[in-house]
Design a protein around this ligand. Structure first.
Ligand code: FES
Length: 104
């Protein structure tokens, strides 16, 4: 699938995470010290919105019950077998572009 514009870099400072909704799908985009990472945005625990969570270092924490994931890999920090899909994301100017096809 092709990259689509999902937001503005100026609205996602380093150390923050944003939620992106595309149709019925949800994504979480993290700005890790200027490096962007995109994850599936629905927590496998109970469906919480990962993109409304908090980012500390490389760990994004779900706002509902605090399951935590490495924003670089999607792995749960307690059980790496629980893993969120990751997605390609890039920046052009101030535009954040996401490819909604999961990485293999
Ligand atoms: S729904 Fe994410 S921790 Fe429970």
């Amino acid at each position: 699938m092709a990259f689509v514009k999902v937001g503005a870099l100026s609205a996602l400072p380093p150390g923050s995470v944003m939620e992106v909704i595309l149709g019925d799908d949800s994504y979480a985009i993290c700005n890790l010290s200027g490096e962007l990472h995109a994850l599936w945005g629905i927590c496998p625990h109970a469906g919480g919105p990962i993109g409304q969570g908090t980012l500390q270092d490389n760990i994004v924490t779900c706002p509902w019950h605090e399951w935590a994931y490495d924003c670089r890999t999607g792995e749960n920090d307690f059980d790496p077998a629980v893993k969120l899909d990751t997605f390609a994301v890039k920046v052009e100017g101030d535009d954040i572009l996401l490819d909604p096809a999961p990485r293999a």
